[in-house]
Write a protein that binds this ligand. Sequence first.
Ligand code: G4P
Length: 292
Amino acid sequence: MNIQWYPGHMTKARREMEADVRIVDMVIELLDARAPMASGNPEIRRLGQGKERVIVLNKSDLADAATTAAWIRCFQAEGAHCIAMDARGSGNRKLLMRTIEAAAAAKRERDKKRGILNRPVRAMVAGIPNVGKSTLINMLSGRSSAKTGNKPGVTRGNQWIRFQQSIELLDTPGILWPKFEDPAIGEKIAFLGSVNEMIVDKTELAVTLLAFLETNGKLEGAKERYQLKGTETAAEMLTEIARLRGCLMAGGEPDTEKAAGIVINEFRSGALGRISLESPEGEAHGTQNTEG
Ligand code: G4P
């Protein structure tokens, strides 16, 4: 599938982030633990050059644990501070705070030498849409006012949130980049729910997802859940799923679009298992390119 989505407000948001990044000490980049490469916006990476880099592999509750651990080692080897999280619970809050403090240590030391005391560390929180930025900020700051919701592309404007007197977070809107060079990147980002649903053909997306899972040996959960034989094509699987779930149109024909919605939602919620779409061994790590 060729999926491209780069609405104008993202260009504006990126420009604002370019201006704001000058005054931050670190960039906390949220990646989706299920696809840390595809969900890594090369523009955010470029923006954060010269800053401390904290990578949060969020939604790790939905990813394969061993694969996530391998990704953490990979990013740490690149010099980033990297942790895995489920931003919906507060269980990882301490770990995240410790990680931010570790990334801030050099800056705090510099400040101390210059006689500057108690200057807060500033961190920009960035990531593609729907990766969990608002959820993470809410969890970290204990606020419930940073809006969350499954609406990729809804800009909130850059907003500072200060907490514990020592940390200031800059909330930024989810941004993508002008062109997905590799169609597989656009597909994975669409599987994750980070592009506007309106631009994607749901049925085609679900068929592409089922085909991807099958090709990559990750169809077990779906097979079990939807009682698939495993011998069908991806399009046949979707028809089977429509029948099984009673998604029928007037006249009794299987409603594959409705079934597609079920498959996509169940993948996103983890009902098809904890599935990593990428592993470090399978990716040309750190080489993702950008244009413009
Ligand atoms: P964004 O600001 O980056 O756009 O993302 P946001 O926090 O709005 O989160 C997008 C969706 O992802 C939300 O679900 C949120 O609950 C969910 N989410 C965030 N972090 C995690 C995580 O670590 N694990 C899992 N499993 N889900 C996570 P939603 O259905 O759109 O909204 P809600 O009904 O949960 O509020």
